[in-house]
Design a protein. Structure first.
Lengths: 351, 344
């Protein structure tokens, strides 16, 4: 890919931020290339927002450096803010003026003349699909409309890079789809580089070229989604979800569970809410599984292997990070036990 | 010399850099927006209307009491009422049951400052616009600088228009024509009233940075305002009689010290400082703000007027103190804003 030869447009080295004793971000090394959508995935409180604020020079790092387009984010924050659009989590607008006026103000702050800003505001509101509400006061906007207005607002300054913090949280599925499409377009058609932080892995999966998984201030994995999947499989996690039948009887019996557990390598089995069976193993035992089911006269309705999708990766890395945390406080055995306990708990929740 | 030249050159270079130009442009836009927000706000209109109504009532009262004093059969009262500076007297004379214009300004002025400043930062934070604003190409301090400047401009507009209307109204109503010196004194008075209100604006902005909720900030400001304007004199006299009791064996000896202590504690309050400024500036017959002024009135000093320069000399310490308190307030707001976490 040509991207591999391009120079990174966002680069951090050893970026750290402490709040008192708490390390919000630990030695982050990140490279983001022009024109890509990079997803920063992590649970709440992982340090994603702190990272984005440091990139914009709104918070000073405790140590390390961040540079955007060759400009130091801390020392030369004005030049950085000239090129980077920031869409904060729960973006707000001045409620007593219209959406259009809010955009015009942003445009003028970025050096546009009033007429120019007004024209651009109209174009952008058309583009994000809220032209009909341009003359309404921003205080009357719904969450989804505010988010769209936020994207228009960020585009007012003609940015090279956009940083978005949880752009689709709290928006209905239809709105999320449309926003996702819009964001994808910004990267594909306009060639913008976009950094999205989110805890919603489906969102990230749907939109990102590359993903960084962020847990407790540390980036524990980074790469393209398929790369992360391959990485995971090589570490030995095989997941099968299947549906079986036998004469219409209840198949979820102790004997059934026991027989599946008897296959070497199976670590966990469970039943999902739609009736399908979930099996996790540390080696590829698909053939044995199919043979066993056939031997016992089960009819296999469907079966698929997963492990390459982000959900598994996400959960897996969270568990690893938790395990590492557990190792610090207790023995590794405890950590392992807790990990399996947690898996069961999750499955029971699905029941 | 070379050092100064170099640093001057550097300063000019920095001011002409593209970053500084971008920042100045942002500052201008933000200042204009804040000012128009102030001028269009219901809050500003209510305050303006309130001050205008109070001004008319106060002037009406003053005109009534001065004209009745001037027609008095007692020659001394009549002479005092019709002094050379009778036009200024309209602003400081209270009616039979209403305070004077200047008392109202000293008392209610802080409220104007508080109302314009108490939600400057925390409101932006609550509506989620602060981080969006901070992500625009401006330095962070530009936000608070522009807000303070816009607030100060709004205060100046309000005070000078109220003062102008008051002067015009009294000229029409009484037929008095102010002399040049009286106009100068009035303008300086209005200017210092603006400084006095900006002092409260600066502190209100400090609380708007420190307090998360606008209501908390407003209550904190109003509490301080009430203590300093209404209760500071009680506190001052309490402390004075504690340190230098006016009863017992040393009562006579303590009198002067007691008075001076009380005075010093009173001057902690900007309200008192501004009242002294008003009395010196608006009444050239008042010669001093210290203990001499009491002695004079007791000893029957010759009534003579201070020139404007001499009057100003009397209140220079007051003006410097007021400006200093305003600067400290703004510095506190500035520093706490620069250290604040921007995230919502």
């Amino acid at each position: 890919m040509s991207r591999a030869y391009a120079k990174p447009i966002i680069r951090t080295s050893g970026l750290s931020k402490n709040y008192g004793d708490v390390q919000a971000v630990k030695k982050l090394n990140l490279e983001i290339y022009p024109g890509e959508i990079f997803g920063l995935l992590g649970p709440n409180g992982a340090g994603k927002t702190t990272t984005t604020l440091m990139l914009l020079g709104l918070t000073d790092p405790t140590s390390g450096h961040a540079a955007i387009d060759g400009k130091d984010c801390t020392r030369n924050s004005l030049a950085v803010k000239n090129e980077v659009g920031y869409l904060p989590d729960k973006v707000g607008f001045y409620p007593s003026v219209t959406g259009r006026e809010n955009l015009i103000f942003s445009g003028m702050m970025n050096g546009l003349a009033r007429e120019e800003a007004a024209q651009r505001a109209d174009e952008l509101m058309e583009r994000v699909g809220i032209a009909y509400a341009g003359d309404r006061k921003a205080g009357t906007y719904s969450r989804g409309m505010r988010q769209r207005l936020g994207i228009a607002d960020v585009l007012m300054k003609k940015p090279k890079i956009i940083i978005m913090d949880e752009p689709t949280s709290g928006i209905d599925p239809q709105g999320t789809r449309e926003l996702t499409k819009l964001i994808r377009e910004l990267a594909d058609k306009d060639g913008l580089t976009i950094l999205i932080s989110s805890h919603d892995l489906y969102q990230i999966q749907a939109i990102s070229d590359r993903v960084g998984i962020f847990v407790k201030g540390k980036m524990i994995a980074c790469g393209r989604i398929d790369e992360l999947g391959a990485q995971l499989r090589s570490e030995g996690l095989y997941i099968f979800d299947f549906k079986v039948e036998r004469n219409g009887e209840n198949i979820w019996t102790d004997a059934f569970q026991k027989s599946i557990r008897s296959i070497p390598g199976v670590k966990l089995i469970g039943k999902k809410v739609d009736g399908s069976i979930h099996v996790e193993a540390n080696r590829d035992m698909q053939k044995e599984l199919v043979r066993l089911l056939a031997d016992q006269d089960y009819v296999i309705r469907e079966m698929h292997q997963s492990g390459g999708d982000l959900e598994e990766i996400y959960r897996r890395y969270f568990e690893q990070a938790e395990k590492e945390g557990g190792e610090n406080s207790g023995s590794s055995k405890d950590g392992k036990q807790r990990r399996f306990g947690r898996n069961k708990e999750q499955l029971e929740k699905i029941h | 010399m070379a050092g100064i030249k170099n640093s001057w050159k550097k300063f000019i270079e920095e001011e002409n850099s593209s970053a500084a130009k971008t920042n100045r442009h942002g500052m201008k836009i933000l200042y204009e927006k804040e000012l128009s927000d102030h001028l269009n706000s219901i809050r500003f209109r209510i305050l303006f209307l309130l001050l205008a109504v109070i001004m008319f009532i106060a002037l009406y009262g003053a005109i009534g009491s001065i004209s009745s004093a001037a027609q008095s059969t007692d020659a001394k009262t009549a002479a005092a009422a019709t002094s050379e500076f009778i036009f200024l007297k309209l602003f400081t004379t209270s009616g039979s049951n209403i305070y004077s214009f200047s008392t109202f300004i000293a008392f209610l002025g802080p409220l104007v400052g508080i109302m314009l400043g108490f939600d400057a930062i925390n409101e932006e934070m609550a509506q989620g616009t602060l981080n969006r604003l901070a992500a625009q190409p401006i330095y962070r301090d530009t936000i608070i600088n522009a807000k303070f400047l816009a607030g100060a401009t709004a205060v100046a507009i309000m005070i000078f228009s109220i003062g102008g209307i008051a002067a015009g109204f009294s000229m029409v109503a009484t037929g008095l024509i102010p002399t040049g010196e009286q106009i100068a004194r009035l303008v300086i008075y209005l200017l210092l009233a603006t400084v006095y209100i900006c002092l409260w604006l600066a502190w209100a902005e400090f609380f708007s940075v420190v307090c998360r909720h606008a209501a908390t900030a407003a209550l904190a400001c109003v509490a301080i305002w009430l203590v300093l304007t209404l209760f500071q004199s009680l506190i001052a006299s309490g402390i004075a009689s504690l340190v230098y009791p006016l009863t017992g064996a040393n009562a006579q000896m303590n009198m002067l010290n007691n008075y001076q202590t009380q005075m010093a504690w009173n001057r902690v309050s900007p309200y008192y400082l501004f009242s002294e400024i008003t009395s010196i500036l608006m009444n050239p017959n008042v010669h001093s703000t210290n203990v001499i002024s009491i002695m004079e009135s007791q000893e029957g000093a010759v009534a003579s007027y201070l020139t404007l320069g001499q009057s100003m000399l009397q209140i220079v310490p007051h003006i410097i103190t007021m400006i200093a308190v305003a600067v400290v307030g703004f510095a506190a707001a500035y520093i706490s804003f620069m250290r604040k976490e921007i995230r919502a």
